[in-house]
Design a protein around this ligand. Structure first.
Ligand code: ASP
Ligand code: MG
Length: 440
């Protein structure tokens, strides 16, 4: 069995949804089709939640109506027959009635998560209606029946696996199953989600749960590229990469794949393919356990980074000092990306600054604290970067024009990370793109 996940832009227009139907019926293999919400919908739902959170019901109502209007146009273009249109009208009515009822009750976080779930519920139901209209036999598989997370927000993979297998066993003859990405139940049995962009994660978890042959992530770009196409002129897709390389790239800013989606596939050794809905026959990127080639494969950049330096001539050499520093971050559930140390100071970076004030106050017990905001991590990713002679020298040569705030090298075999002021990011990426890859 395989997993085919389609992102928001792949289902965001009626004609794209028709294309998804073509893609899932090209072969006769059994598959679970995982869909995101139509592009723009989750953002709109976040906006509705925000308006309600600030008790602005008028604004919430305006936003609900705008989104409702969008779906009313959408289904008429999507579906042609009267019967299918009646079904779609019912679906849309049901979900927008729900949103309108929320306007009348008191708002809380659990309700907010219910609001956020509407996007994937709508997209899958409308897509399923399209399949019915086109006489494509398929089974609707509600994700809320099997996707779950525990009290730490971690997916319960073995439970998910047990449940999906039981459900699938009811349909031995069926070949196409349609389910929602992103949404799940939490330990209180409330509707919850796997965080923004989490549909990839759903796909990978479901893939792991059923030991799928492959997890295909269909987007609007032909695979993972060697650099950010929004910044540099020339980029190229990377045909093959390892889970470790993909994890570094996904985490450090390549927006194409949700970083959490690597581990389930890696743990169960399920290949992940990144494919392009607009160019279905392009090779895309295949991610497997195999480590191929030596040297730099790609660059990625992660913005919005804050660097924190703790300077303490007294403490740093003492054992236990780093533990104390890390405990402060742990206490505020703030994860650290990069770390560098010297004899008298340690620098580290975070991207979540919601507790920066408290963290700074606590760190000040241990030394002087300096904060640099608006930094960018540039990550140079590949295989055996530290081991291959001259690679790091080349990286540094490309960056000779720019002040480097931190350099992290040797942390893994797959990555050198450099922290620069965000103002230098684009130029640094361009210079690395020229210097590290052969362009003919
Ligand atoms: N619809 C959700 C979002 O926009 C999940 C996803 O698309 O992956 O974040
Ligand atoms: Mg996505």
């Amino acid at each position: 069995m395989k997993i085919m996940k389609f992102g928001g832009t792949s289902v965001g227009k009626p004609e794209r949804m028709h294309q998804v139907k073509e893609l899932i019926t090209r072969d006769n293999q059994k598959k679970i089709v995982v869909l995101s919400a139509l592009s723009g919908t989750t953002n709109a739902l976040v906006g509705i939640g925000d308006a309600l959170a600030s008790a602005n019901k008028e604004l919430a109502k305006e936003r609900i109506d705008a989104l409702h209007g969008h779906y009313q146009t959408f289904y008429k273009e999507l579906l042609k027959t009267g019967a299918a249109r009646i079904k779609a009208e019912k679906i849309i009515k049901e979900h927008f009635e729900f949103l309108n009822i929320i306007l009348k009750i008191s708002f809380n976080e659990a309700i907010n998560r219910d609001i956020l779930a509407q996007g994937e519920l709508l997209s899958t139901k409308l897509f399923y209606t399209l399949l019915q209209e086109l006489d494509v036999p398929a089974v609707f598989l509600p994700a809320l029946d099997f996707m779950s997370i525990d009290e730490n927000h971690e997916p319960e993979l073995s439970k998910i696996s047990d449940k999906v297998k039981v459900i699938l066993a009811n349909y031995p003859e069926d070949r196409i199953f349609v389910t929602q990405g992103y949404i799940c139940k939490n330990h209180r049995n409330e509707v919850d989600n796997l965080k923004r962009g989490g549909s990839d994660y759903s796909a990978s978890l479901i893939g792991a749960a059923i030991s799928a042959e492959v997890v295909e992530i269909w987007t609007d770009i032909d695979g993972m590229h060697n650099n950010d196409p929004r910044v540099v002129d020339k980029t190229r897709p990377i045909a093959q990469m390892s889970f470790d390389e993909a994890a570094e790239l996904a985490y450090f800013g390549a927006k194409i794949l949700h970083p959490a989606s690597i581990w389930p596939a890696q743990q169960y050794n399920i290949p992940v393919k990144l494919l392009n809905t607009m160019a279905p026959d392009a090779v895309g990127t295949t991610i497997t356990a195999k480590e191929l080639g030596v040297g730099v494969k790609a660059l990625a950049a992660k913005d919005g980074i804050t660097a924190i330096k703790i300077k303490s001539s007294r403490m740093l050499l003492a054992y236990g000092f780093l533990r104390k520093v890390f405990e402060v971050f742990e206490k505020y559930k703030t994860s650290i990306d990069m770390i560098t140390t010297s004899e008298v100071a340690v620098s580290l970076t975070i991207d979540d600054i919601s507790h920066l004030k408290e963290i700074t106050a606590e760190l000040e017990q241990y030394g002087t604290v300096e904060i640099d905001t608006n930094q960018t991590i540039i990550s140079v990713v590949g295989n055996l970067i530290a081991e291959s002679k001259g690679t790091v020298a080349k990286v540094m040569n490309c960056l000779e024009e720019y002040p480097l705030r931190m350099v992290s090298y040797g942390g893994s075999r797959h990555n050198v990370s450099i922290l620069v002021d965000a103002n230098f990011k684009n130029d640094a990426l361009r210079s690395l793109n020229e210097g590290l890859f052969d362009w003919d």
